[in-house]
Every structure is written in structure tokens, then in C-alpha cells.
Design a protein around this ligand. Sequence first.
Ligand SMILES: Nc1nc2c(ncn2[C@@H]2O[C@H](COP(=O)(O)OP(=O)(O)OP(=O)(O)O)[C@@H](O)[C@H]2O)c(=O)[nH]1
Length: 528
Amino acid sequence: MVLNELGARINGALQALSKAPVIDDKALDALLREICGALLEADVNVRLVQQLRMNVKKKVSMEELASSTSKRKVIQTAVFEELCGLVDPGVEPWAPRKGKQNIVMFVGLQGSGKTTSCTKLALYYKRKGMKVGLVCADTFRAGAFDQLKQNASRAHIPYYGSYTEADPVQIAMEGVSQFKKDKFDLIIVDTSGRHKQEVELFAEMEQIAAAVKPDNTIFVMDGTIGQAADSQARAFKESVDIGSIIITKMDGHAKGGGAISAVAATGSPIVFIGTGEHMHDLDKFSARPFISKMLGMGDITGLVETVQDLQLDKNEDMMKNIAKGVFTLKDMRDQLQNIMKMGPLSKIMGMMPGISPDMMKGFDADESTKKLRSYMCIFDSMTEAELTSDGKMFDDEKRLHRVAKGSGVRVVEIQALLHQHRQFGQLVKKMGGPNGMLGKMNPSAMQQMAKNPGAMNPAMLKQMGGMGGMQKMIQQMGGMGGVQNMMKQMMGGGGMPNMGSMQEMMSQMMGGGGMPGMGGMPGMGGRR
Ligand SMILES: Nc1nc2c(ncn2[C@@H]2O[C@H](COP(=O)(O)OP(=O)(O)OP(=O)(O)O)[C@@H](O)[C@H]2O)c(=O)[nH]1
């Protein structure tokens, strides 16, 4: 069973419990039977599943629960905690530190996705402002250097490798010392793989590790290998000092349960999961958000981090404009650019509470991304005066035709953009200005929120009110007519008639405080 289905099944079992007329041992057993069956079908290790069943039963004693206590809530919380325990070895994962030269070495079997993950990780930290270099010490597989070179060039990441040197240890040493000399913050060393766990592979790994002295060794494991993951992870762990794990190929159809639970049993934390072949398909892994997302409850931590990465505090002009109730075409462009920087739309939607992967079916993220790109071409063909205007200038058809020619799109598409801008603008006018919701907010408080969205986290989480709050939110989302509809409203194709519900949802998420950092997104701002 793939993870999306696993989440839906566990969620279904928990929902069924909420509707059960009596909560007794029989109801608890039925719930556990359903959950454990689903976990086993997803390849989670049998031993761990048994442990989970025992732990929940230990935590939930019907006799001890006072009749006034919400038994449902206790059971749901116990299940949630145990699911988190399955994927959390309780070890703080290593992360590169700025101001220090960090060396990371990748190890794993051939084809596990090592080389691809090296570039993904490099890009991840490059986006965080680090100077990152890649070293290809894989001399075993012909074409490995070309692959890394191609990936790195596409991501504009400096790389080091050799077509002539056959000794991987020599290449690793040279590459690392070159990047060290050039003051790189993070140096990632890719090593060779083999088809199976072989003595030569482990010997080579040890030699490279001894030569470059990595601060962290990342073990890359294919998420589709099922129950075999347990022994593979243990074998690597015994040979090299595995600091962290990346599980790849956790795209929609991977079972993944085997890899995820097995590595947790070895005691090293999973730090990222690969969710596709593209460079951005790398998700930071944390136990609680992962389980929460799997159960269709969103990933608030991930969303907040993604928003933080946008450094919205550098967008002061737009925030000031919005507070005044002004919304120029340039503001719209900056806003859409922010959305694009957050990564694929499907990923962002997946982080939102209440949007389960199931609900994403049918939503064409590629189509929406294409539309955003064509919008960017249109903006690029506008003059500064046009960009900083409210769009009325385009009543002049000559301008419309000029921009259409320059951007290579049809006039109707520009008209659609302008229509959407007008609708955004009306919303901003309503929300901003001295009497609007945002106008009443202290501008410095707004800036503060944008600078430090994470600061809202505890209050926000408290406001979510645990599972009950989550469920309410999910119901609210359900009333929005599905993701497809919502995205249509957000990205055009009918304007944004229903942003009220989106606002309401955000408001509920943030406890009436709005989504920090999203304050710039018309219709997403909070109420005060
Ligand atoms: N769907 C999917 N494919 C992935 C993911 N990560 C890697 N791949 C694909 O898996 C295949 C193997 O990936 P590589 O990065 O070449 O594997 P490797 O471990 O470096 O292989 P060696 O260099 O031979 O040791 C490639 O086709 C990748 O595109 C992922 O997260 N999802």
C-alpha cells in the first residue's frame, strides 16, 4: 500500500472511532486492527507494528480513563504519537552551519539516487544562501561524472571531477581541498555505489571518509525496496558512521513504509525524502510534520519554513503598498514570483492542512506553473510606468498589442491577467487603507511578522486546538469545493470569488492573526 493510501486508511479508522457510539476495548481493538493491517500492507516492519499496538494499548487504559475524559482524543493522540515514534529515532539531525566549512559525504547502493540527491541537497542549501560545491568521487560507474556535471550545471552549482584520474580517494581529496581554498560553506562528496553490499564498496567508502573527514555521512536509500531496507540500512551503519539518511523515490506510488520504519530502527534520523526526479523534489523530513501530512493534516512547519525562505522582509515596498490599499501590477508580479520561488505548486498545496494527497488528484500543477510563467513574460514586456500603475493604462489598446507582441502571448491572455489584477486590487483596497483590516495593523508589527514568521508558531499551533481543531479545519476545507477549484480561483480562470473561505481558513490556522509572511498575498492576510 502506498503512503497516501496508508494515511487515508489510518485517518478513516480514526474518523470511524469519532463516530462510534461507545468507546470501549472492542472499539480500540478494531481501530488497532485496521491501523496495524494498513501499516503491514505498506511494508512497515512487523516488529515495529506489534510494538505500536502494544504501546497504544498501554497508553490507553479504558478503566483508568475517567468517564468525563475524552477517550477519543486520548486514543487519537496516542496513535499519532506512536506513528511519529515509528519514524523518529529521537536524534537531533546534523545540519551544516554557516561560517564553517561543512563536508558531507554521500553513500549508498548503485541506482539508489545518490547523485540526484547530491544535487538536490546542494540546491536546497544554495537557496538558503550557502556557497555549495559538488565533488564527484564516483569512478566506478562510467558516466557518473557526466551526470553530476549535467545536474550541477543546470542548478548553477560549481562541481569538481576528473575524466582521467581513476582513484576516487585522490579526486575526493583534491575536490574538497579546492573548494575549501575557495571558502565554500558546504562541500558535498558523491561516492560510487555497487549493485549490492560488497566488501570493495565498504572499503572504498572507508578510505574516502578517512581522506576527507566528513562532518556528516548521508546514506541514500531507495524507498521502494520494501522490507529489505532493514538489513541494508544496518549493513551500511555497521561499516561507516552514518549520520543521516535520505530516502529516495518516495513519489506517490512508493510503498515507503519499509524504508522509513527500518531506518528509524537503526537510530539515524531521516533528514530528507526524494519525491521525484526533478531538482526541487526533495522534502525536508521531520517525524511529526511527515505523519501529519500523511494523515492529510498538512505540514505547517514546512509551510512556515518555505515562507521564511522567501525573505519577505526584503519586500517592504509591497507590504507598505498593501497596507495603504494600493496594489500595482508590479506588486502582483512580485507576489506571483514569490509563489513560484516556493517550489512546485503541488508541493505547497500538500503542506496545507486539510489537503490530502488524494484531494490533489486532478489538479494540474504543471498547467498552473505554465500559466505563471506566461504571466512573467507579460510583466517583463511592460514598462516601469506600466508596472507601477493600477493597470488602467491598458485601456489603451495600443499598449495591449505592444505587450502581446513583446511577450509572445495573445491579447486575451493579457486581458485575463489584468482582470485578475483588478480583482486582487479590489480585495487589497477593501483590506488595506486606513479603515481596512490591514490598515488597522501596525506597520512595524507587520514587518516584524514577515521577518520572523516562525515566532508565530507556538501560538498558532495552540490555536489549532490539536486534533479537534484540525478536523474542523478539514471540514472547512471540504466546503471549499476541492483543491482544483481553489487553485482555479487563486491562479485565474474565474478570478478569486471565494477567497473568503481561504482567508477564513488561514485566519483559523493562525488564530485570527492571519498567515504571517503571507500578509502580502491578497486574500490571505489575517484579520486583526
Ligand atoms: N522518481 C524518482 N526517481 C529518482 C529519485 N531520486 C533519484 N531518482 C532516479 O533514480 C535513478 C538513479 O539515480 P542516480 O542518482 O543516478 O543514482 P546513484 O545512486 O547516483 O547511482 P550510482 O551513481 O550508479 O551509484 C535516476 O533515474 C534518477 O532520476 C526520486 O526521488 N524519485
